[in-house]
Design a protein. Structure first.
Ligand code: MLT
Length: 253
């Protein structure tokens, strides 16, 4: 892992591979290590930058209310430090929400975008209320409040044990920041319809957390988007089907 200080806060990240830059943005409540298997398969295709988002893994949480923009500023800073003018972005679930906001803020820095088990829509009110309950639970009980998510993050029981251990290593503060950020995120359907960048949606048909129907409805309203369906795969293709995901990501180039 490498470490840099961006806007005063430490960000840890890993870089591997050769080729055009691809920023791999992890989901909630995970860290960069979720990408390890996929990155190993793409070593000859991309230079992959895998940060721990602020508040996850070894990166410091930001001292403010959670927002997608907060994450994006740190990612932009990381690209600047690494002298990367333009990158492909691939975001898993929450990472996809961040990638979309990054495209909205800094389109000139984006070569193309892949949403993995993610969606373009904002939270409905009832989701926001659920997130608020989770925030209170995290404040009271620490990260164990969200350990139960492991089962929903994958359709594979073995993988859910792996994910449980990974979630256990995360901080409650980082998870709270993320829940606030997800709760306040904008709807990005128009952005995806209007953009001239490649937008790729990679989605498992057994995703229990973000149903495939959400990806299919984007494809209907934004026909320029490419939808790749990963069969028998749940919410986390990077551990359930790394080679299917790696092959899909090659379509970015
Ligand atoms: C994720 O997997 O990153 C999040 O659970 C997505 C969400 O809660 O909307």
């Amino acid at each position: 892992m490498s470490v840099v200080t961006i806007n005063g806060y430490q960000v840890n990240y890993e870089v591997t591979g050769d080729g055009p830059p691809l920023l791999l943005i992890h989901g909630f409540p995970l860290d960069h290590s979720i990408w390890t298997k996929t990155a190993a398969l793409l070593r000859d295709d991309f230079q992959m930058i895998m940060p721990d988002l602020p508040g996850f893994g070894s990166s410091v949480v930001l001292p403010e209310d959670g927002s997608m923009t907060g994450y994006c500023k740190q990612l932009l800073g990381l690209m600047d430090v690494l002298k990367i003018e333009k990158a492909f972005l691939a975001g898993h679930s929450m990472g996809g929400y961040i990638a979309l906001q990054f495209l909205a803020l800094y389109p000139e820095r984006v070569a193309g975008l892949a949403l993995v088990g993610s969606q373009v829509y904002a939270d409905a009110d009832e989701n926001r209320a659920k997130r608020q309950v989770q925030i209170e639970d995290l404040k009271k009980n620490g990260i164990s409040a969200v350990l139960g998510m492991a089962e929903r993050l994958t359709a594979n029981q073995f993988a859910s044990t792996e994910l449980r251990a990974l979630i256990h290593q995360q901080s409650a503060e980082g998870a709270i920041f993320a829940l606030q950020a997800m709760s306040g995120r904008a709807d990005q359907l128009e952005l995806v319809r209007r953009t001239d960048k490649t937008v790729l949606i990679l989605h498992g048909d057994a995703d229990d957390l973000v149903p495939l129907s959400k990806a299919q409805s984007v494809k209907q309203s934004a026909p320029g988007v490419e939808l790749v369906i990963l069969e028998g795969v749940g919410h986390s293709p990077m551990i359930e089907d790394p080679s299917g995901l790696a092959n899909g990501l090659l379509k970015l180039k």
